[in-house]
Design a protein around this ligand. Structure first.
Ligand SMILES: [Fe+2]
Ligand SMILES: [Fe+2]
Length: 258
């Protein structure tokens, strides 16, 4: 695809193989901040736009054709299955592992490194937010997207959901993504970009490496949802026969049936 500084970050992330790795390296937010143009994102991060353009072109050239799935071409159901089988699984596994690691590292190093207390608190908050967030996606939003896609494939009208329009749960999920993104930034700041001190043991080093890996995976996960799944689901609903946008805005609790 054509890479220009007026292209949005989300289109580059979806269309240029390897682009998300480039954005991770340069610290460009491509999941919740994907609506910005490349020029705006670079300006915000104080980076020369030419450096990013060059790296994106290199990444596109270096990737093997077909090495990454092009989620713009696949079904939404396949995308939800992929998200659950890879990102949700990884997130749950890592939240458990990291919680134990944090306990261990804090008990040994907390006295000399009080920032670990702050980092652990932020991590717990992230865990408490992400577990119900993924459940809501798996139990409510993703099944509705699948039913909607099945109806669209059969040329049938979409059965009206109890939450009015798919835009309502999507809006809530995107707000929760922003909160998670803020907690990740706080964790990165508290840990000095995951830099271990000179006296760090192997567990301490493992914890920080794993946190950095967790962050990268969550960025990719949110990118797939915000910039591909949710946008395409909204378009699909709007194109459905007989669709009328609800003007009501159910609150968060009604949306998910609590
Ligand atoms: Fe998710
Ligand atoms: Fe999500």
């Amino acid at each position: 695809m054509n890479i220009s500084d007026t292209t949005t970050v989300r289109d580059l992330a979806a269309g240029v193989p390897g682009a998300t790795r480039v954005f991770e390296t340069f610290g460009i937010d491509y999941c919740c901040g994907g609506h910005r143009t490349l020029a705006d994102a670079c300006q915000e991060a104080s980076l020369p736009v030419e450096d990013l353009t060059h790296s994106l072109e290199e990444a596109g050239r270096a990737s093997q054709p077909g090495a990454e799935r092009d989620w713009r071409q696949e079904s939404l159901t396949a995308l939800t299955e992929y998200i659950i089988d890879t990102h949700h699984l990884f997130t749950r596994q890592e939240l458990d592992r990291l919680e134990k690691l944090f306990d261990k590292v804090y008990s040994r190093h907390g006295e000399n490194h009080p920032e670990l207390f702050e980092a652990q608190k932020t991590f717990y908050q992230l865990k408490q937010d992400l577990i119900p967030h993924m459940l809501k996606e798996e139990q409510v939003l993703f099944p509705y997207i699948t039913r909607m896609e099945e109806a669209a494939g059969g040329g049938r009208a979409i059965p009206p959901p109890f939450f009015g329009t798919v835009q309502n749960p999507v809006r809530i999920m995107m707000l929760e993504h922003e909160t998670a993104g803020g907690l990740l930034r706080a964790l990165r700041a508290t840990t000095g970009d995951y830099t271990t001190p000179a006296d760090a043991c192997v567990s301490y080093q493992t914890l920080y490496q794993a946190l950095a890996g967790f962050e990268a995976d969550l960025h990719q996960h949110i990118h797939l949802e915000n910039n591909l799944l949710f946008l395409r689901a909204i378009e699909m609903e709007e194109a459905a026969p007989g669709f009328q946008r609800s003007t009501s805005q159910p609150d968060e609790h009604r949306c998910f049936g609590h």
